[in-house]
Design a protein around this ligand. Sequence first.
Ligand code: ACO
Length: 395
Amino acid sequence: MANASGFFTPTMRISSSINLNRSGFRCPDVISKRIRCSSTSQGVESFSPPESRSPRLVSKGCKLVGCGSAVPHLQISNDDLAKIVDTNDEWISARTGIRNRRILTGNESMTGLAVEAAQKALEMAQVKPDDVDLILLCTSTPEDLFGGAPQIQKALGCKGNPLAFDITAACSGFVLGLVSASCYIRGGGFKNVLVIGADSLSRYVDWTDRGTCILFGDGAGAVLVQACDSEEDGLFGFDFHSDGDGNRHLNAGIKESTTNDALGTNGSALGFPPNHSSFSCIKMNGTEVFRFAVSVVPQTIEASLAKAGLNRSDIDWLLLHQANQRIIDGVATRLEVPKDRVISNLAKYGNTSAASIPLALDEAVRSGKVKQGQTIATAGFGAGLTWGSAILRWG
Ligand code: ACO
């Protein structure tokens, strides 16, 4: 079991008053040194020697300044699912809280949703695509085996060829992306980092399995994380874990074709060339994953709060990965967060994996629920198994 839990040691315990500076991280001595930042993702056709970027001061803080989201048009209700598997609206609503989900169809693509979400986040942040330094696409379902982030960079028209790459950590992916963004900003001199959570798990669902097909939907959400002074720092503490042993409870493993494209059904005695590979559908022991989630999520949030020097009562909003309303309610009860401080849009979209947190955040910000300066405790959990949390300030 690995534990990654904060890269700088907190130096001060911070008062529970949310108006104070609550940067829970020590800035290392090298922080004031100028460093050179020269990572790029270059399009081959337009390749030209990368212009060297201006050296920047390494930043001491980072803040969330914009968000956006996008979902497919097709809505599938519980009643629609009852037409293809032995289930009903009453069971799904009561056991999961889900009523509808959105599914990619026709010309829609996950990359397209991710681009739309990113554009909205940039617009809210008033940051031009050319000023983006890094794009992190958190996804387990890229539309290219080699990663989808550079395609988003291209579609956004970021002329500076910023580095763009994927992060795969299932439903924990977005929170890990946010923390990764803060590391690049604090330690690497990056200024504007686009963190996108996007997934299309509908493509890997076994639509004959009522235990899983009722849960998942497609979507995308994005946040612009920006460098700032330590006084404005908006990431107070984080905590991450993984447990590969739990993979047996939730996976979509590699699947080899039984025929070999080159050699036919007889294959090769040497096992070469290899057969074509793809991924199997999602296989999940729901009861085990449920138990895992209600046990580890309160623990990781408590750990992040401790690193931030904050208490449960400092949480303005609890924003968990949207997997099951009973998990969300159970964690809220354990943390003594009142129901009206819990963000949930699960009923509309189901489990959209890495997209679920930024999608719910975007709706909560745009509806005026989450306000500038408020503290959010967020946590992701899922396949891997992976789980982790972060305590953030919006704006
Ligand atoms: N409709 C009707 N009945 C159903 C359905 C359905 N869709 N699914 C299962 N049942 C039945 C079962 O067959 C079982 O019947 P039985 O008692 O006669 O054997 C009964 O309902 C209870 O089944 P359970 O699987 O025990 O139901 P449970 O209450 O555990 O709910 C669920 C299942 C919703 C999957 C739940 O376990 C869950 O949400 N688990 C967590 C999933 C999760 O959080 N995943 C997160 C990560 S996803 C990722 O990372 C990609």
